[in-house]
Design a protein around this ligand. Structure first.
Ligand code: ADP
Ligand code: MN
Ligand code: MN
Ligand code: MN
Length: 327
């Protein structure tokens, strides 16, 4: 948290915000002898937690000489866009799944043993099945107050697990380019941790928080290019995109999140990590073509492989590199 003296807070612009710095050795991003790293403001929005004139500022991490730090995947996504992907005017929509934990067990689970098998929890209502609604609703309000592209929320298949979506909401006047959607997802994740913290609840983005016959947590990534959305070119562009993604399956899997093999088993609405399959309305495929997209012949695709702990900047960059043919 930083306190700034500002003449007219209502008129505060991103450019008015100073760069800041921190100790990169404390975050394993630098050696102790040369540890100063720079925080460069790239996105700001009002802070719904602190309220008043407070703003949340998302920053890129730079070396003091201005080069992006190796861990700065946002800079890599900018580069992919500049290399030609921007021309395809890609839109994104992330489905962020996550699990609430308290005292090392998922919220609402008995302290020993297991809850009833999966079934009554997905999109549920009621204190016996929906655990953590207070946090979910506060998070929803916070995202809306911060002007984030929140699409919706739902209770998930495993008790204590939930989802929110960030991205295209059907309103073409909203900017939903890959940088904006990733920035909004990143801030929405931060807000979720922050709001749950006040309730003494931990948020886990682990891909397989509970081993066994329980659903893992993913970050399904929906995307479209201008060709995929085009009434005439749509179906051809969808086929080309799927072929390009199939070619690079291993490269995608490598950056789609930590512990992904435990989640992509072929069960629990996933495709096995070793396989690449696509299908219409198929939740056991790597790439799902939504039924209305197949009927219309244009629209968008869902990449079901990214895990809940995947980095949205890396995921967007990889999809754009494959689909737009950028090295
Ligand atoms: P699911 O049926 O897989 O659970 P959801 O309803 O949770 O899907 O989420 C749908 C997602 O699709 C949202 O994140 C939304 O932003 C995204 N989406 C819808 N249309 C498009 C589009 N044309 N391009 C990119 N993303 C889209
Ligand atoms: Mn969903
Ligand atoms: Mn889901
Ligand atoms: Mn989905």
């Amino acid at each position: 948290t930083r306190i700034l003296r500002v003449k007219d807070p209502a008129k505060l612009k991103l450019e008015d915000l100073p760069e800041w710095g921190y100790d990169g050795s404390s975050t394993y991003q630098a050696a102790g002898g040369d540890s100063d790293l720079t925080l460069k403001p790239v996105f700001k929005t009002n802070d719904p937690v602190r309220g008043g004139n407070a703003v949340i500022v998302l920053c890129e991490v730079m070396h003091p000489d201005g080069r992006p730090h190796e861990t700065n995947h946002r800079a890599k996504l900018r580069e992919v866009l500049e290399k030609g992907a921007a021309k395809q005017d890609a839109w994104f929509g992330f489905e962020q799944e996550y699990t609430f934990f308290q005292d090392k067990t998922p919220l609402g689970w008995p302290t020993s043993g297991y809850p009833a098998p999966q079934g009554p929890f997905y999109c549920s209502v009621g204190a016996n099945v929906a655990h953590g609604r207070t946090i979910v609703e506060r998070h929803t309000d916070a995202c809306l107050e911060a002007g984030l592209l929140l699409f919706g929320t739902n209770a998930e298949v495993m008790p204590g697990q939930w989802e929110f979506q960030i991205g295209y909401r059907g309103d073409t006047s909203e900017e939903v380019n890959p940088l904006v959607c990733s920035d909004h997802l990143w801030v929405a994740r931060w807000l979720l941790h922050r709001i749950a913290e006040d309730q003494g609840v931990e948020v886990s983005f682990a891909n397989k928080p509970i081993k066994g016959d329980w659903n893992g947590a993913g970050m399904h990534t929906n995307f479209s290019t201008s060709d995929i959305r085009d009434k005439k070119k749509g179906m051809g562009a969808i086929e080309n995109a799927i072929a390009a993604l199939a070619n690079k399956h291993e490269e995608h899997i490598a950056i789609y999140g930590a512990g992904l093999a435990e989640r992509l088993t072929g069960d629990h609405e996933t495709c096995n990590i070793e396989q690449f399959r696509h299908g219409v309305a198929d939740r056991g495929a790597s790439i799902r073509i939504p039924i209305h997209v197949s009927q219309n012949g244009y629209g968008y695709l869902e990449d079901r492989r990214p895990g809940a702990n995947a980095n949205p900047y890396e995921v967007c960059a990889k999809i754009l590199m494959s689909v737009c043919g950028i090295d």
